[in-house]
Unconditional design. Structure first.
Length: 256
């Protein structure tokens, strides 16, 4: 009887853990980064990584300010420009990362497992007061060099970066188009990650890139496409291909 009860309790605990994914998660650390973007649009942002019990959220602090503050005067406005995305790791689904483009909820899913293959390098540094080690990876055409600290034993970092035995505190790509530098680390109190309830438009990685280029090159055409309602529904999981999709189609491909 005792063995049966023990098995029962283990099953109950496991089911509780699984059902917790997608619910509210308590934040442990809040890590703030200065983010620099030097692509077709150049701007600086102040961004935050909320590390919680089993998930994390990466977002623009300037964007959070605009959503929550009622005082939009120049004296209180943070310096910089907000990025238009949020990233959820292990929420609402364990082992899955969701990159959400705002404000239209265009979302790309990635499997976290084996997303990055890291090469450990010789070197030591101090970032934001923490001793760091050096690592390098290649991700979707760009080489990334990062400094991470095992003093914060969470396998996470800014943007999509993760997979090292400690938090990434500094990262830049080889083209110097994107750079993230930690400027503060704080323990969180009464802060939670809650997955947004808004309906998402799940697209493939290639379609997301196509839409990003369209938004930059012709914002009017981008908005017309989003609001046209001519949406092609594609069942299945996002599939990555080596070439860009045909951009002549006016339909927004959504993967459910």
């Amino acid at each position: 009887m005792k063995n049966n009860y023990r098995v029962y309790m283990i099953v109950v605990c496991l089911l509780s853990m699984l059902s917790a994914y997608g619910q509210k998660d308590s934040v442990i650390l809040q890590i703030t980064y200065n983010a620099t973007y030097q692509g077709s649009k150049c701007f600086d942002d102040v961004e935050c990584l909320d590390i919680a019990t089993y998930s994390s959220r990466y977002y623009s602090l300037i964007g959070e300010y605009w959503k929550s503050s009622t005082d939009k005067s120049k004296t209180t406005l943070p310096k910089g420009k907000k990025s238009n995305y949020e990233i959820y790791k292990n929420m609402p689904t364990k082992g899955v990362m969701e990159y959400i483009h705002q404000p239209f909820w265009i979302t790309v899913k990635d499997s976290i497992s084996n997303l990055f293959s890291w090469e450990m390098l010789e070197g030591d540094s101090i970032v934001c007061g923490y001793p760091c080690k050096l690592a390098r990876t290649k991700f979707r055409g760009k080489q990334w060099t990062v400094w991470y600290t095992i003093d914060l034993p969470f396998s996470d970092g800014p943007w999509k970066l993760l997979g090292l035995p400690g938090v990434i505190l500094y990262a830049r790509d080889s083209l110097n188009q994107n750079r993230f530098e930690c400027i503060s680390i704080q323990k969180a109190k009464d802060v939670y990650i809650t997955y947004p309830k808004q309906k998402k438009k799940y697209v493939s990685l290639q379609k997301a890139e196509e839409l990003r280029r369209l938004e930059q090159q012709s914002p009017e055409d981008f908005f017309n496409l989003i609001f046209a309602g001519d949406i092609q529904i594609v069942k299945g999981s996002p599939k990555e291909k080596g070439t860009m999709p045909d951009t002549s189609s006016p339909a927004l491909e959504i993967i459910e």
